[in-house]
Design a protein around this ligand. Structure first.
Ligand SMILES: Nc1nc2c(c(=O)[nH]1)N[C@H]1C(S)=C(S)[C@@H](COP(=O)(O)OP(=O)(O)OC[C@H]3O[C@@H](n4cnc5c(=O)[nH]c(N)nc54)[C@H](O)[C@@H]3O)O[C@H]1N2
Ligand SMILES: Nc1nc2c(c(=O)[nH]1)N[C@H]1C(S)=C(S)[C@@H](COP(=O)(O)OP(=O)(O)OC[C@H]3O[C@@H](n4cnc5c(=O)[nH]c(N)nc54)[C@H](O)[C@@H]3O)O[C@H]1N2
Ligand code: SF4
Ligand SMILES: [Mo]
Length: 760
């Protein structure tokens, strides 16, 4: 298959505006039709409508929601799901699996919604239809045939509702395994690990209001809100209008840091827009630990010079431990090393520290630019140190804010999707359902791939997602999936993972967030939790894309019923989701009166000790300062440190289109962004076709045929798109503690391309 040729033109300095509105309208009309499109979008993020299936940004309180409370990317996600195109038995009869494997992810998903359950028999070349009850019987018989429940793996992607996630973890644990890897293992696992260890809660500690109404300084680190969480720009604009400062820390000058033209206001559409950032620190890839250690050092020195004026000693003495050891570490820091690793001058770091000292409340927001590196957990612990020093936690306008990715990835974890849920949760699950859940920790995403590779897994089951494309070391992962006896995917659209099947495979089509979910004649709703720990109801509006579709809850409880009979009440839970919510209320802390509070407009906020009352549920009951030796990934001479990012026209492995408007890329995705100086030094010219070759002790990996593109990024750094670059990342290159793949710091060299551009 020949690869589309990208055209490149450099970064955009303004975001949203009229262009964004026209794009939204075009998308909705093309995929959904004019009337259905408009009606659907007007229900998006409304209190009686459905939650945006795209990112996990929080909604304003009910009274403050606009008539159109969504962004261009939310609209794309909805249109993509609500498309009128269908992938049915005729489609699968016309295309063999081998043929489909020759198409890229964009083409596969563009074919439309999966319309009926399909089965790939052992040795078959084509998927063929299978009735639902036979599909359940088949999956159950393969699960029963295993001689050890740990030979099954149950993966979850973060679009799954609380209700579906809860019954799913129940099914896995009733079977006897904690093998519940999820996309979070590749996403904010590092944040959860660092925050859990230091503050006792692995979640963010701010609310939307803290950003819009209270924070004096907001740092946006390793995050691209203009594309990933676009309504965050509206929140930042509100903060700017009341005088807050915004500092962006990012190797790329993302468009969202420039002028924001708010599509909700006429002034925004027509005028020059609001400049959103006061300072952009063009940090070297993975230089963030050095930066925050340097900032902490400056704060400490300023305190030494004027005791009592910089640090919040009351807070530190009353609530924290470990300050002296951490302070000794900062005093011993070497400025030359900090400057080298961060790529920022001491003076820049000192100016930024002055912003911090002038701000009586500071929020640090971050996303994947921090979490997907070897030292991600120490980096985020250092950010906690930074916040603790001035008591920037548990008061208005202050705290850590990991901005979550998938719309319900945080909720899935809350209700039990984790390979190492704590014993207290498992005890309550036992008491609620009367069986003993397994206690040994299960496999996370990377360990699941290793286990499959080593022949230790019979059944791989995925509730959503695109495991083969989202994970690293693509060739290894695809072979690992192929080694299973059975692979099962519950999905809305066809993707690569469905074509990297085991000896036998099932493809089970489910309802999406936009669709009405009627069980036994009664409309059901589900609940989701956003980045700010608000839980609210989501009710689909559209008629299901096909009469054969079932909800994720119905699919999981249907399989549960088939496997275990009705002892735990599977069919009742599948008929009436309020029964599941009652179980969640009993098992998960913070969900009292769940049914009633879920029905309230705007939902309710889950308790978080550090945010609510400066209560830190760590072993000692205190927030912990930690010592984090400064480190960063380093590329040897002639090599670059590659970070992998998303384009404006994609949601993870779902590629809506081939443009990345804000970075000036049109019509293709095989692009590598490199500074002009590096291009010159490497003897390459702008636009030249190159191969990306990663270098690790276990060998080289190659991603062929990328356009080298001159771009304003620090020397020694490069960026390319996920998932095209995933072939370059070794399975064993993961973050300390969190085991998250190091997809944001890959050591590569660029080689003039040997062959023609090829599909990856
Ligand atoms: N439209 C859209 N929205 C999405 C998604 C999507 O694919 N498309 N995905 C969703 C998901 S699951 C997630 S997790 C989030 C992801 O949200 P983001 O993390 O914002 O998305 P990425 O594209 O991974 O961008 C990482 C950002 O970090 C910067 N960066 C890279 N390396 C470093 C580094 O070493 N240090 C610093 N300081 N910055 C660095 C990159 O330049 C980029 O701006 O978005 C969610 N929302
Ligand atoms: N190199 C590199 N790799 C990365 C990242 C990176 O930044 N760089 N980011 C990582 C991150 S942050 C994440 S979160 C993962 C994402 O990993 P995943 O969550 O596994 O992948 P997605 O692309 O979000 O999954 C898309 C598929 O989900 C299915 N789907 C969509 N909606 C629904 C639904 O409502 N129900 C069901 N059952 N299925 C549905 C569709 O079939 C679609 O093809 O990728 C990770 N991989
Ligand atoms: S900001 Fe995120 S949740 Fe909100 S409409 Fe946009 S994509 Fe959806
Ligand atoms: Mo994510």
């Amino acid at each position: 298959m020949s690869e589309p040729e990208p055209r490149t033109g450099g970064p955009e300095h303004r975001s949203v505006g009229v262009r964004s509105v026209t794009e939204t309208v075009r998308y909705a009309r093309e995929e959904m039709g004019p009337v259905r499109g408009l009606r659907t979008l007007l229900a998006l993020n409304q209190v009686d409508g459905f939650d945006c299936p795209s990112c996990a940004w929080a909604d304003p309180p009910p009274g403050e929601r606009k008539r159109a409370e969504f962004c261009e990317n939310g609209a794309k996600a909805v249109a993509w799901e609500a498309t009128r195109r269908r992938v049915d038995r005729a489609f699968f009869a016309a295309h063999s699996v081998a043929e489909l494997r020759g198409h890229d992810g964009h083409w596969l998903e563009s074919q439309g919604r999966l319309a009926e359950p399909m089965h790939l028999a052992p040795g078959a070349t084509h998927y063929a239809p299978i009735p639902w009850d036979e599909a359940f019987a088949l999956a159950a018989s393969r699960l029963r045939a295993m001689d050890d429940p740990d030979r099954a793996v149950f993966y979850t992607s973060g679009r799954t509702s609380n209700e579906a996630a809860f019954v799913y973890q129940l099914l896995a644990r009733r079977l006897g395994t904690n093998n519940l890897p999820d996309c979070s293992n590749m996403c904010h696992e590092s944040s959860g690990a660092a925050l859990g260890e230091t503050l006792g809660v692995g979640k963010g500690e701010v609310t939307l209001e803290d950003i819009t109404d209270h924070a004096a300084l907001i740092m946006v680190v390793g995050q691209n809100p203009g594309t990933r969480h676009p309504r965050m720009l509206t929140a930042l604009e509100q903060a700017k209008h009341r005088g807050a400062k915004v500092v962006a820390v990012n190797p790329l000058p993302e468009a969202g840091f420039g002028r924001f033209r708010n599509p909700q206001s006429l002034r925004g559409l027509a005028g020059p827009g609001t400049p959103l950032t006061d300072r952009h620190l063009p940090i070297r890839v993975n230089g963030d630990l050095a930066l925050f250690a340097g900032l902490n050092r400056v704060l400490l020195e300023a305190e030494d010079a004027a005791p009592g004026s910089v640090l919040d000693h009351d807070f530190i003495d009353r609530y924290c431990e470990g300050f002296e050891e951490a302070a000794a570490g900062w005093r011993a820091l070497d400025w030359a090393r900090i400057q080298e690793l961060s790529g920022l001058s001491r003076r820049t770091i000192e100016y930024t520290a002055a912003d911090v000292m002038n701000a009586d409340s500071v929020i640090v927001c971050w996303a994947m630019g921090l979490t997907q590196h070897r030292n991600a957990v120490p980096t985020i612990r250092e950010i906690v140190n930074f916040l603790l020093l001035r008591g920037n936690i548990g008061r208005p306008g202050a705290g850590p804010a990991p901005i979550r990715g998938h719309s319900n990835v945080q909720g899935d974890r809350t209700v039990g999707i984790w390979e190492k849920m704590p014993d207290a949760f498992l005890d309550r699950l036992r008491d609620e359902f009367g069986f003993e859940p397994p206690r040994a920790h299960g496999l996370d995403t990377v360990d699941s791939i290793r286990a499959m590779r080593d022949g230790k897994v019979d059944v791989f089951f995925a509730l959503g997602g695109n495991f083969a494309a989202a994970t690293p070391d693509t060739a290894v992962t695809e072979a690992a999936l192929a080694s299973c006896a059975l692979t099962v995917h519950v999905a809305t659209k066809l993707n690569r993972s469905h074509l990297c099947h085991g000896a036998e495979a099932l493809l089970l089509p489910c309802l999406g967030r936009t669709e009405r979910d009627v069980r036994d004649g009664v409309d059901q709703f589900v609940t989701v939790e956003d980045s700010m720990a608000t839980v609210q109801a989501s009710r689909g509006r559209l008629l299901p894309g096909s009469p054969e579709l079932r909800s994720e809850v119905a699919i999981v409880t249907g399989l549960g019923q088939q496997l275990f009979g009705d002892a735990l009440g599977w069919s009742e839970m599948g008929r009436d989701y309020s029964v599941i919510r009652r179980h969640i209320e009993h098992v998960v802390p913070g969900f009292h009166a769940f049914e009633a509070r879920a029905a309230q407009p705007g939902g309710f906020m889950l308790p978080r000790g550090p945010h609510d009352s400066r209560t830190f549920p760590t072993a000692s009951g205190r927030a912990r300062f930690t010592v984090n030796p400064v480190s960063a990934a380093e590329a040897p001479e002639g090599r670059l440190l590659l970070t992998t990012v998303r384009s404006h026209d994609q949601f993870n492995t779902t590629v809506y289109g081939l443009d990345d408007r804000y970075r000036g890329v049109r019509g293709g995705r095989r692009v590598v962004f490199v500074s002009g100086e590096d291009l010159r030094e490497l003897g390459l010219h702008d636009g030249q076709l190159v191969d990306l070759v990663s270098e690790y002790p276990d060998g080289e990996r190659r991603a062929p045929g990328f356009r080298a593109t001159r771009y304003p990024t620090p020397r020694g750094c490069a960026a390319a798109y996920f998932p095209e670059a995933n072939v370059l990342v070794p399975l064993d290159s993961t973050a300390e503690t969190s085991n998250t793949p190091n997809t944001k710091s890959v050591v590569i060299r660029l080689e003039p391309a040997t062959g023609p551009a090829t599909a990856g």
